[in-house]
Write a protein that binds this ligand. Structure first.
Ligand code: MEV
Length: 330
């Protein structure tokens, strides 16, 4: 069956799955290439496998119900912030051939929403997997991607597909124009992720750059191209283990993203605090104007000190990752 863009289904007639279903995805960070990836340039992203998004669905004879982020109620009455989950449910039910099925849907996230960690794509991906699991539908990775993109178009307007891919990936990825390859990170370094505590809207920041791109292409285009060039070179640094080169490129990428108008005072402060505490480089990650920053540390002791400094500077949460610990499938 083809993945389409189904119109909202009529949930009036009863059609229940045989059993409960479960689906899981994870958070992600973008190391390089947010925003420029929307214009066809490359990006490098890393799944955060310890920050899971789990969705469970079970059959019900009552009207379909959603429980997500503390909100519980009829799926048909879900607030606008859940529109992409509602779309994900509809798209998955259409794909399964049970458009009118009634389900109780529950999502559980181990990371906060609207922080550039991919929560909308992760939630859509987990719900789609749970629904298909409930109907024992075998599905190809390309179909899962297409279904998640149907929901992501509701969340972001024109998603590149990077979030849909990274939140279901096993290892760091290189992504460009829909094509994905695994990246081996040979880097003796640590990445500190820090939450600014501010909600960021990817739809808003992607929209802002699109408007600037139309209004002032002679200024916006070279900045996006420069981000693309930095990302392409960062791929070589990641493979070669050049920590200094990568840190400098993170600083440059943050400056360009700020010039594009998607940073804010808090993200600038946090990245500066990370550098003062010894980070080799730091940048915002994801849509921006809120959400998270990432900082590169040479040692695990440096990473701990940088995480503490970020906490002192107002970060509401920090996580430390060793990207070289990923095993990349051949
Ligand atoms: C958001 O996590 C990443 C963006 O590049 C948007 C996209 O790729 O669709 C800002």
């Amino acid at each position: 069956m083809q993945v389409g863009d189904p119109s909202p289904s009529d949930r009036s007639s009863v059609d229940t799955p045989m059993h409960a279903g479960v689906g899981q995805t994870v958070a992600k960070i973008i190391l390089f290439g947010e925003h420029s990836v929307v214009y066809g340039y490359p990006a490098i992203a890393m799944p955060l496998r310890n920050l899971r998004m789990i969705a469970r669905v079970e059959p019900t004879t009552r009207p379909s119900e959603l429980s997500s982020l503390g909100w519980v109620g009829p799926l048909d009455e879900a607030p606008a912030r859940f529109a992409s989950i509602v779309r994900a449910v509809d798209a998955a039910l259409e794909f399964a051939g049970h458009p009118n099925a009634r389900l109780r849907i529950e999502t559980h996230a181990e990371f906060p929403p609207e922080r550039g960690l991919g929560s909308s794509a992760a939630a859509a991906g987990a719900v789609i997997r749970a629904v298909l699991n409930a109907f024992d539908v075998d599905v190809e990775p390309e179909d899962l991607f297409d279904l998640t993109q149907v929901a992501e178009r509701i969340a972001h307007g024109h998603p590149s597909g990077l979030d849909a891919t990274a939140t279901s990936s096993q290892s760091p990825i290189h992504f460009q124009a829909g094509a994905t390859t695994a990246v081996q990170i040979n880097l003796s370094a640590w990445i500190v992720v820090a939450d600014s505590g501010i909600h960021g809207s990817t739809r808003e920041t992607v929209g802002h750059i699109r408007e600037e791109h139309e209004r002032c292409p002679e200024v916006t285009r070279p900045r996006l191209a420069e981000l693309g060039r930095i990302t392409a070179e960062a791929v070589d640094d990641v493979r070669a283990g050049d920590v200094s080169g990568l840190g400098q490129k993170m600083n440059d990428a943050h400056r360009l993203l700020a010039e594009l108008g998607v940073s804010n005072a808090r993200l600038d402060q946090l990245t500066a605090a990370a550098r003062s505490a010894g980070a080799v480089g730091a940048k915002l990650t994801g849509g921006g104007r809120g959400g998270c920053v990432i900082a590169l540390a040479r040692t695990s002791a440096d990473a701990k000190r940088i995480a503490a400094a970020l906490g002192m500077a107002g970060a509401t949460g920090t996580w430390v990752y060793a990207p070289h610990a990923y095993e990349v499938a051949a």
